[in-house]
Design a protein around this ligand. Structure first.
Ligand SMILES: NC(=O)c1ccc[n+]([C@@H]2O[C@H](COP(=O)([O-])OP(=O)(O)OC[C@H]3O[C@@H](n4cnc5c(N)ncnc54)[C@H](O)[C@@H]3O)[C@@H](O)[C@H]2O)c1
Length: 251
């Protein structure tokens, strides 16, 4: 069992790959031998990293998704791994429950959950002949409700739509695991807890105090799990939600 966690020779697409978590996932996959395409809505980004190329893709737009995936197929011949780490949200993301306009709720559900549906379905289509693996990023908040006490003393909160969207992504990914299994396409979810990103000091202190491992997550904590689920070392794992949260949901 030497070097079993390998993605050497595989072609991976990481949507939202210019973001906090997505970029680390892209780098870890590239460092472990995959040819990686970051597919992000950001057009102007420049990135120089061995093994990583950029394509523009908007996960809320079917034409954009098809064009990006076709570009990858044209250049690399196949797609083995598709990771969804995009995080579309509206300008009013973060207002409290009582104040959420219904249009905002719909727009975030359509863009985020709908975008994960559109892009992972399109990726699966490209994998039907050879098999492949799809990993969607959800969250602990798709599994448990936020503990609002960690936000006290700050103006931060966690939007209600996020819980609905992430629970939906977990359910849909399980559906895909069952539906696409006959093509040897695996579909799994990775659900991170809070990732440290210079948040308000009070929030960080509250969050760490509640977490059994006593710290917030790092992008690398998530990327190593994604590497495992992308590799053949996990070839009998499908339809699962791997929660990476320092123990938050265990207590
Ligand atoms: N950061 C956290 O603490 C945390 C915790 C749990 C789960 N997550 C989940 O992890 C994933 C990544 O989060 P993050 O913190 O890296 O987010 P981020 O905001 O740092 O990055 C998101 C990326 O998605 C891109 N994007 C936005 N809309 C897009 C679209 N329509 N099409 C394609 N790309 C688009 C952005 O340009 C950006 O590069 C998300 O699903 C998020 O919900 C994050």
């Amino acid at each position: 069992m030497k070097n079993t966690i390998s993605v050497k020779g595989k072609v991976a697409v990481v949507s939202g790959g210019l973001g906090l978590i997505g970029l680390e996932i892209a780098k870890v996959l590239a460092d472990n031998g995959a040819k990686v395409y970051i597919a992000d809505i950001l057009r102007s980004a420049k990135l120089k990293y061995s093994g990583i190329k950029l394509v523009t893709m908007d996960i809320t737009d079917e034409n954009s998704i098809n064009s990006a995936l076709n570009t990858v197929i044209k250049k690399a011949g196949k797609i083995d791994i598709f990771i969804n780490s995009a995080y579309p949200r509206t300008g009013d993301w973060g207002v409290k429950l009582e104040d959420i306009p219904f249009e905002s709720w719909k727009s975030n559900s359509n863009g985020h959950m709908g975008g994960y549906f559109l892009s992972s379905r399109a990726a699966a289509e490209k994998m039907k002949k050879r098999g492949g693996t799809i990993i969607n990023l959800a969250s602990i908040y798709g599994v448990v409700a936020p503990d609002f006490s960690v936000y006290s003393g700050t103006d931060m909160t966690m939007p209600a739509a996020y819980s609905a969207i992430k629970a939906g992504i977990i359910g849909f990914t399980k559906y895909m695991a069952a539906y696409f299994a006959k093509y040897n396409i695996r579909a799994n979810v990775v659900s991170p807890g809070g990732i440290f990103n210079n948040q308000h000091k009070t929030f960080v202190r509250n969050y760490c105090a509640k977490t059994p491992l006593g710290r917030m997550g790092k992008p690398a904590d998530i990327a190593s799990a994604v590497l495992f689920l992308s590799s053949d070392a996990s070839s009998y794992i499908t339809g699962q939600n791997l929660i990476i949260d320092g123990g938050w949901t265990a207590v």
